[in-house]
Design a protein around this ligand. Structure first.
Ligand code: PHE
Ligand code: ZN
Length: 896
């Protein structure tokens, strides 16, 4: 592949495809070594005459090509640069193509590929072109009829989208199945699966009284691990009916687990293909967070059936149209599942746990992206390789942008906007702007004379805005004036434009509460009502709101529920944060206050470790934590969040220049100090959280207790408490479920070097070597452990269970080390190792390699020795003679 010449595709260059393609018939002769695909495509010209028909194709052999039944010879078509061009003379014509592809040689896991003894496809974003020549773009939507033929013994099950019309035997031990998908779709939603599978299924009556068959397919032997996924699917179907009025539009909805998969899962119409990590779970092999992740991903892919499939993207710049919206929907689904059977403050606090987790993800993964060389708006302006834009920005920030619309319009308003969106666009391929316009139709009714023009800038601006808060209390008039001002630094390519363009203000919904000096909520009069929380809509650079009848100088509770993806700047004393930590009725803002206190403490420690000062831990912090740990009104799940230190990565973002060694040291020091200061309470809570392990259920309450118990163990180990090691070993060896077992093992591996930890690791491997998902955890735990060095990782790579070809395995060892083990990787050998692995992976799987290539996006923000070594490693990759377009784009942007 040539790299230096990869063209840049720009959003503004979009042109409609000049042909419609209403009907597609595909016939597959499936074989791992060589698969023959015959396609019959009926095209209809849309615009002017004499427009060439251009089809995409990659790594294919052309066997034959016929136009309206006439075979074309090489002079009647063009075949170059992965494009096939024919020159039709009529407005309507049929093209018949026969081509070959080689699944067994396809290690990219895009297009048709082999995983174990099975065949799978992955077509999003541009993988269909590896199957046959086709207009591989999402705005060409067709009805598909698919015939699959294969050896019956090797591939007893033949699946594709839609309904199975017919199945039967062929001569020579082969058989066939014919599938028809009644819904027009773009080719990126096509799928086929062939192989031997176990199936768990149930029928479900949908709202309008239709019976739908729900099926989960997995490797034989794994069928006892698919009940949870099926339950999650049932709840997803019911939730989308209840919350959005959206019904399943298929007779049959299938989920298939694949061991080799680049991403989490794929929403192919009626035939979702999943990374097995997001399907398989039982109490002995899956942790509580894994159960939650399965729920989220099953939900996510199911919700795509409407947001993504029924209404799809016009072009790939609109990716966030489906991804941001669908992430928002899966986040709400998960939150609703946590709050099931609860009401009032309890429900709010259960939902807040999910919100806190999502905000943490955003800050760890998206904020750095938005400040680095890959920064892009949620609707990118250009790309070289679309695979590189399945990012935290498009997904997670995209979901925040949808959430802000929900916050501004309210639940009922948002629902009305969604209804309008489907009324306008069902069955079409549309743009982000179409979505905002549907929401705007509700907004203008609610706010005559206003519109969402300023809001739309969220789709075209990159960077995390900063909102500065100023508060002025007038004791004589009893008024409180709150001033918000916003600012967003140029980022990424914006910085290269000179002079940097000034960025216009955004529409920022800012939720604010006020507490009195005792921590009691103050009623705020706003818009003719008295409220605990007001929503300020900041649309200018700077705006002031004045609230009357405020009896005393208030303590503000800011950006409640994280109402916008921004960084808040407000100067205040620790005492105010402590008050909020104790009293803020908004569970998100309360968590945030504690995080801020801990961050201040950690940054002071980072300074001490950098300059050689005394590392002092403020006793007030331990007091606050003690109060929270004792608070009977807080759930265990919430306590786990509020008593967890900010991660090393979040902290690193706040140091300048970045100093990973000091960040790691600071985190460790504080953990030890808090462990010691609260040791009796950690121990007491540890015992109080014990459940009957045989009674395992992955429900929010008991999993909350398990998470708090593991946190207690963690602090006791950090404090080197005399009982800790024995507790950890007892918990590990005596565990009745994987959550407890991993908690014990990770405590041993993180905090007790030497024999006990190695023995437990060996024991674990012996027990679980047959279960790849569990062995992934085994690799990941070691890759992330504090003592792990490049040598440790190289030794693990020689383990017979390691393979670079399996993405889950590569992620569990190499990604985990390079992206999360700050102590281990930030060394000259670490950077060199990383460069080597990026290049090795690139030969196999460019999509995966390009993700690893992003590990040091922010190299320029580190101090000199690290920075120079990272720069060298990046240049080494850049000099590699045969980089994929994927990796080349990442590296060249990092080095700009
Ligand atoms: N569209 C998938 C999702 O978000 C993600 C994906 C993208 C999977 C590309 C595979 C390849 O649900
Ligand atoms: Zn998605």
């Amino acid at each position: 592949m040539r790299t230096d010449t990869a063209p840049t595709i720009s959003r503004h260059d979009y042109r409609p495809y000049p042909y419609r393609l209403p009907e597609v018939a595909l016939q597959f002769d499936l074989d791992a070594a060589q698969t023959r695909v015959r396609s019959r495509l009926v095209f209809e010209r849309v615009g002017d005459e004499n427009q060439p028909l251009v089809l995409n194709g990659q790594d294919l052999d052309l066997e034959s090509l016929a136009l309206d039944g006439q075979a074309l010879n090489a002079s009647q078509y063009q075949l170059q640069d992965e494009m096939l061009t024919v020159f039709p003379k009529t407005a309507r014509f049929t093209l018949e193509i026969t081509s070959l592809c080689r699944p067994a040689q396809n290690s990219s896991l895009m297009g048709l590929y082999v995983s174990g003894d099975k065949l799978f496809t992955q077509c999003e974003a541009e993988g269909f072109r590896r199957i046959t020549w086709f207009p591989d773009r999402p705005d060409v939507m067709s009805r598909y009829q698919v015939t699959l033929r294969a050896d019956k013994e090797r591939y007893p099950l033949l699946l594709s989208n839609g309904n199975r019309l017919q199945a039967g035997d062929l001569p020579d031990g082969r058989h066939q199945a014919v599938w028809e998908d009644p819904h027009p779709k773009p080719c990126y939603l096509f799928a086929l699966v062939a192989g031997d599978f176990a199936c768990r299924e149930q029928t479900l009556r949908t709202r309008s009284g239709r019976d739908a068959l729900l099926q989960i397919y997995s490797d034989r032997g794994s069928e006892n691990k698919t009940q949870w996924a099926l339950d999650c699917l049932v709840r997803s179907v019911q939730w989308d009916e209840q919350r959005f009025g959206l019904e399943l539009d298929l007779d049959r909805f299938m989920v298939v687990a694949a061991r080799d998969f680049n991403m989490g899962a794929m929403e192919n119409k009626g035939l979702n293909v999943f990374n097995s990590a997001y399907v398989l779970a039982d109490k002995d092999s899956a942790t509580d967070p894994a159960y939650r992740a399965i729920e989220a991903v099953i939900g996510h892919e199911y919700f795509h059936n409407w947001t993504g499939n029924r209404v799809t993207c016009r072009d790939w710049f609109q990716l966030s149209l489906k991804e941001g919206l669908t992430v928002f929907r899966d986040q709400e689904f998960s939150a609703d599942m946590l709050a099931q059977d609860l009401s009032g403050a309890e429900a709010a606090s259960a939902r807040a746990v999910k919100r806190i987790d999502d905000v943490s993800t955003l800050r760890i993964a998206q904020f750095p992206e938005d400040a680095g060389p890959m920064a892009h708006p949620i609707r990118p302006e250009s790309y070289q390789e679309i695979g590189n834009f399945y990012t935290a920005t498009v997904y997670e920030k995209g979901a925040e942008v949808i959430r802000m619309q929900h916050t501004i319009l309210g639940e009922a308003g948002f629902r009305a906007g969604m209804d309008e969106y489907f009324r306008r666009h069902d069955g079409a391929a549309v743009t982000c702007d179409d979505f905002v316009s549907a929401m705007e139709s509700v907004y203008v009714q609610q706010n005559p004379g206003k519109n969402l023009d300023v809001f739309r800038r969220w789709y075209s601006q990159a960077g995390t805005p900063r909102v500065k808060v100023e508060l002025a209390y007038d004791a004589a008039r009893k008024t409180c004036a709150v001033t918000l001002s916003q600012h967003c630094e140029p980022v990424g390519i914006e910085k290269l434009q000179s002079p940097a363009l000034p960025k216009p203000p955004l529409h920022i919904p800012f939720a604010l509460g006020l507490l009195d000096q005792q921590g009691r909520p103050l009623a705020i009069e706003h818009g003719g009502r008295a409220l605990d929380t007001v929503l300020l809509e900041l649309v200018d650079e700077r705006q002031t709101w004045e609230f009357p009848n405020i009896p005393e100088k208030p303590v503000p509770s800011l950006l409640r529920d994280f109402s916008a993806p921004v960084i808040v700047e407000f100067e205040r004393q620790d005492a105010e944060l402590t008050l909020l930590a104790q009293h803020d009725p908004d569970p998100y803002a309360r968590w945030e206050a504690v995080q801020e206190l801990a961050t201040r403490q950690l940054l002071a420690l980072v300074r001490a470790f950098t300059d050689g000062g005394e590392p002092v831990v403020h006793p007030g912090l331990a007091d606050t934590w003690r109060g929270l740990l004792r608070d009977p009104g807080l759930s265990a799940a919430y306590k786990t969040r509020i008593l967890s230190q900010p991660t090393e990565k979040e902290l690193l973002e706040k140091t300048s220049p970045m100093n990973p060694a000091a960040v790691v040291q600071a985190g460790r020091h504080l953990r030890g100090q808090l462990g010691q200061a609260l040791a009796p309470l950690w121990l007491e809570t540890y015992h109080a959280c014990a459940d009957d392990a045989e009674q395992y259920r992955p429900d929010p309450l008991s999993s909350g207790r398990r998470s708090l118990r593991n946190l207690c163990l963690h602090y006791l180990m950090a404090a080197a408490h005399p009982e800790a090691q024995a507790l950890a070993a007892a918990q590990y060896y005596g565990a009745g479920n994987m959550t407890d077992r991993m908690g014990g093992l990770s405590a041993l591996v993180h905090f007790s070097a030497g024999a006990p930890s190695q023995e437990a690791l060996n024991h674990f491997y012996e027990q679980w070597q047959q279960d790849p998902l569990v062995i992934d955890k085994w690799f990941a735990l070691q890759a992330g452990a504090p003592g792990t060095t490049v040598e440790t990782v190289r030794a693990l790579m020689l383990h017979p269970a390691f393979s670079l070809r399996n993405p889950n395995r590569a992620r569990s060892l190499i990604f985990q080390f390079c992206m999360n083990n700050l102590q281990g990787v930030h060394t000259p050998q670490g950077y060199e190792f990383w460069a080597e692995q990026v290049m090795a992976l690139d030969e196999l799987n460019p999509e995966i390699a390009a993700r690893l290539a992003r590990a040091f996006d922010n190299w320029a923000r580190f101090a000199a020795p690290n920075r120079d070594a990272m720069h060298d490693a990046l240049q080494r990759i850049q000099r590699h003679p045969a980089l994929s377009r994927n990796v080349a784009e990442i590296i060249s942007k990092a080095l700009k």
